[in-house]
Every structure is written in C-alpha cells, then in structure tokens.
Design a protein around this ligand. Sequence first.
Ligand code: NAD
Length: 245
Amino acid sequence: TRVRPNSKRCVVIGGSGFLGRHLVEKLLDRGYSVSVFDIRQSYELPGVTFLQGDLCDKQALLTALKNVSLVFHCASPAPSSDDRTLFERVNVQGTKTAIEACIEAGVQKMVLTSSASVVYDGTDIKNGSEDLQYATKPIDYYTQTKIQQEKLVLEACDKHKGFLTVAIRPHGIFGPRDPQLVPIMVDTARRGKMKFIIGDGSNVVDFTYVDNVVHGHILAAERLRPDSPICGKAYHITNDEPVRF
Ligand code: NAD
C-alpha cells in the first residue's frame, strides 16, 4: 500500500536563500515539517533537515521528495550572476527536472517564486494586473528564463494527475538579511553613484516586505486544491503602495 504523504510535509528548494529561509521559519511556526533542498547550507535550524543538492539532479530530488506533499521552489541563480548558461540550466532545465521529480514522487502541490518582471517590457506599469501578457522583450536573460520557468510550472498543473501548481510574482523583496537589494543600493550610494535621477523623479518601483511575500506563498499553498480557481495561475504580490524611488 502507498503511504499517503503527510499534508504538512514540505520541501523548500532554495531554502538556504534570503526568501527561502524566511519561508522555512514561517512554515515551522505554522506546524509544517520542513526540509531544505539547496546547493549550499547557509544556517542551522532545529527541526529542519538540510539536503544538499542541485535541482538539476533528479535522483537527489527524488530522495528529498519521498513522502512530501508540498514543494516551494524558490531557487535561482542571483540575477547579478549574469551567466546565461547557468540561468538556462537552473531556471529552465532544473525547473523541468523538479516538476518531473515531483510528479514521480507523488508530490501534490508546487508553489513557484516567479517575478513581477515577467510582464515588464520596459514601459511603465501602474496598477498592473495578472491579465498582463508576458513580456515579449524581457529586460534581461534572467527574466527570460523566469518567464520560461513560470510557464513550465503553470502548464504542469494537472488536476487529473493530482499535481497542482501556482506562482507568486514579487518585484523587489526587502527585509532582514536581504543580501542584495538594499545592501547594493546603500553601497552604490556610499560610492557616490546615486547622484543622478532618471526621468523627473516621479518614477515608482515596487518593493514587498519579505514577510508579505512569505505570507502570499503560504496562503497560495493552503488554498491550492483541485476545485480552487488559483490552480495553474500566477499572482502578483505587493505591499499597499509602491515606494517612490
Ligand atoms: P537567494 O540567492 O538568496 O536564494 C536562492 C537560493 O537558491 C540560494 O540559496 C541558492 O543556493 C539556491 N540555488 C541556486 N541554484 C540552485 C540549484 N541549482 N539547486 C538548488 N538550489 C539552488 O535569492 P532570493 O532573493 O531568496 O530569491 C528567491 C526567489 O525569489 C528566486 O526565484 C528569485 O528569482 C525570486 N525573486 C527574488 C526577488 C528579490 O528581490 N530578492 C524579486 C523577485 C523574485
């Protein structure tokens, strides 16, 4: 007889990262049993199992996904790594592998961390909704692979197979332990490189506090059921008001 995966058992792929670690901490608070699957281990946390592995490695994933019902996929090379081969390998091939491994292992749900930039063509978007089309000219190669990745995950949603998917699209994420966004801004300002205004100074950009991004992921996971309208859909996530930049 097949062991029914415990509905509170989840794996966070990319759980050693900035967002991933916040997600892991909140999942623990909510009574989930959590494992991290990541190429590196960046912290220790009682009750969390760390499985070091690459999401392009199906065997490693299959081992990690035994008796797991829910997967959060928030692994990606940093956008600043500027390495086309790596973006393609991890975001596209790795995501394909992760989907296959989930289906093979009997995982029931996947929540993907996508990005709001998948709809950004270079022209201003204000109060953009999920009806916006994918960018035809993504701003960079990282974003191009985030589009491909999101399509793969959402198209894999299949109620008959019992595999349900949803994507959350934050723009900039800020909060404690942010390794990139704010530190890079502060460093740029310290080096005197923030003296110029592009446009008339009324440009807005969207930042979301990391706890809100985490909350969105967990709500999406908990609402994801075969009869739910969120199956196979992507959702933007933001704070109340965009930050003036
Ligand atoms: P991060 O770099 O802190 O975390 C990413 C994690 O993925 C790292 O721990 C890394 O080791 C892991 N990883 C990379 N390649 C892997 C592989 N091949 N196999 C397994 N693990 C691998 O980044 P983050 O800011 O926490 O971003 C998480 C997700 O959120 C990413 O998908 C990113 O595209 C998305 N996102 C982030 C922001 C932001 O402002 N930080 C904005 C929009 C979307």
